[in-house]
Design a protein around this ligand. Structure first.
Ligand code: AMP
Length: 504
């Protein structure tokens, strides 16, 4: 194998546009040339980086991709660093990955210097890398490590998830088959590039297909609507929080503009949601506004995408569909025995897209597998042949007074309350109940809510033991992907009672 398939395929599409960013378009041959320069700069006198880890702090755009490909073409392991993360966390990522080089965009020069010093390593500014004369590049076998992505850490400490070129290829080709990507697709990337959703589902699927990726430096609802209404897109993929913001922007738009916004959405062939549970209310409202039934999929840094609603056929709100091509899924109980349909069990996944290891953590890697199946830690139910996500075992399954309840199910109900815009339900340790159900809520402007009022309302919709015993008004803490950080919610609730009388 002379060249990685991703690179080989780019040569086939050399004259086509691969990226549009900052108002400029770039062809595949420009990406090949820029990434060869970066690879040569990284190599210096070496023939092959031999899986040395390379951190890179470059905003989403053409240069980001040139650096990612440059690392791969030099035989290195790409460690994307999030510009939004504090320096302390970035330093931890560099150290944990054992990265000895960091490629940095001039806009992040200060942070880059701190990272290089902290890792006792080399700082390579992107302008220097891109100005290097390209030289000979090594052959890189697909079984080699390609990337370490740090898990978002919403429920535990971030761990470095290692994928090989072969597992990335399996993740990408599975989605390309299922969602029928072609070279004529044009997708908008409004997600960060230190997370699998942006890296795999959007960017690499597009570039593998010879398609065009329109990259925004950051998410902005107005800019996204402008790109949609420009008529330039065929695909859009985002997290539920982004769809909520797009709905809010649609609501705020003039009645003259709204029909054009809605009509433009109908020009897209597919709109996808994932990385967190899609509230039924968001699914329905988006369908009302745009005519699109969002395709919901379930995945994880460790497995790529595992389950997906169908491209053709009915998309049921609250369901994440069936296993993607090449993916095997099953549900097991605490003893690892398969559960019968209709009963909840831990989702286990097997297939060529599953990651290689947690970097430097052999015991955690071994503990994450069970007879060759990856234990996701997510609980699901098989309902009429389709999977439904009940929640993460560690935070979303609340054991209260002997009942196991799903935080996600309670959240779905609470979102129906007219005062509640968004919410997060957690189980807080309780000496009587084991755990008690508590709700942190974001209120709609101008609304007011008391715990008493919420409990009276909730009695019509929830079994008594599922009704929140505490209420906390707040701005919900979210990570860079817009996911609610549940670990930060529980400390909001003290040991005593709080009547939670609140105004927005
Ligand atoms: P990450 O590795 O950051 O992508 O996070 C993966 C986790 O996000 C999974 O283990 C699930 O807990 C959650 N997740 C991803 N997609 C969905 C979905 N469609 N519905 C519910 N949870 C999801």
């Amino acid at each position: 194998m002379a060249e990685l398939p991703l690179i080989h395929r780019a040569r086939v599409h050399a004259d086509r546009i691969c990226i549009r960013a900052g108002g400029t378009t770039f062809a595949y041959d420009e990406l090949l040339s820029a990434s060869a320069r970066v690879a040569s700069a990284l190599l210096g006198d070496r023939r092959d980086l031999e899986e040395r880890r390379v951190g890179f702090l470059v905003p989403p755009g053409f240069e980001h991709v040139a650096v990612q490909w440059g690392i791969w073409r030099a035989g290195g392991v790409a460690v994307p660093l999030a510009p939004s993360h504090p320096k302390r966390e970035l330093r931890h990522t560099m150290r944990d990955a054992g990265a000895s080089v960091v490629v940095v965009h001039p806009g992040y020069a200060d942070a880059g210097q701190v990272l290089a010093d902290g890792a006792d390593g080399r700082l390579l500014p992107t302008p220097d890398a891109l100005a290097t004369e390209p030289g000979a590049l090594p052959e890189v076998d697909e079984t080699r490590r390609a990337m370490i992505v740090y898990t978002s850490g919403t429920t535990g400490n971030p761990k470095g998830v290692v994928t090989t070129h072969a597992s990335l290829e399996a993740q990408v080709t599975s989605l390309i088959t299922a969602w029928e990507w072609t070279a004529d697709d044009r997708v908008l990337l409004a997600l960060p590039l230190h997370h699998i959703h942006g890296i795999v589902n959007v960017l690499t699927c597009a570039l593998w297909s010879g398609a065009r990726c329109d990259i925004l430096a950051r998410f902005d609802a107005q800019v996204v609507w402008d790109r949609i209404t420009s008529g330039a897109l065929t695909l859009f993929m985002a997290v539920p929080t982004i769809y909520r913001k797009l709905i809010a922007a649609w609501d705020a738009a003039s009645t003259d503009r709204q029909p054009a916004m809605s009509a433009a959405c109908r020009g897209l062939r597919l709109m996808v949601s994932g990385s967190a549970a899609l509230p039924v209310s968001v699914f329905e409202r988006w369908r009302d506004i745009t005519g699109h039934a969002l395709l919901e999929r379930y995945g994880m840094t460790e497995i790529g995408m595992g389950l997906s609603a169908p491209l053709h056929g009915e998309r049921v709100p609250g369901s994440v569909g069936t296993p993607l091509p090449g993916v095997e899924a099953r549900l097991v109980d605490g003893d690892g025995v398969a559960v019968t349909p209709g009963r909840p069990g831990e989702i286990e996944i097997r297939g060529p897209g599953v990651f290689l290891e947690y970097w430097g953590r052999p015991e955690e890697t071994a503990g994450a597998f069970h007879d060759g199946w990856f234990r996701t830690g997510d609980i699901g139910v098989l309902d009429h042949g389709r999977y439904r996500i009940v929640g993460r075992q560690s935070v979303d399954i609340i054991n209260t007074g002997g009942f196991n309840v799903s935080a996600l199910e309670i959240e779905e109900v609470l979102r129906m309350h007219p005062a509640i815009d968004e919410c997060a339900v957690v189980g807080v340790p309780d000496s009587d109940l084991g755990e008690r159900v508590c709700a942190a809520v974001e209120l709609r402007p101008g609304h007011r809510l008391t715990l008493e009022g919420l409990r009276v309302w909730a009695k019509q919709h929830l079994a008594v033991y599922k009704i929140p015993r505490e209420l906390c008004p707040t701005v919900l803490p979210r990570n860079a992907m817009g996911k609610i950080m549940k670990r930060s919610i529980s400390p909001m609730f003290g040991p005593g009672d709080d009547d939670g009388d609140v105004d927005s």
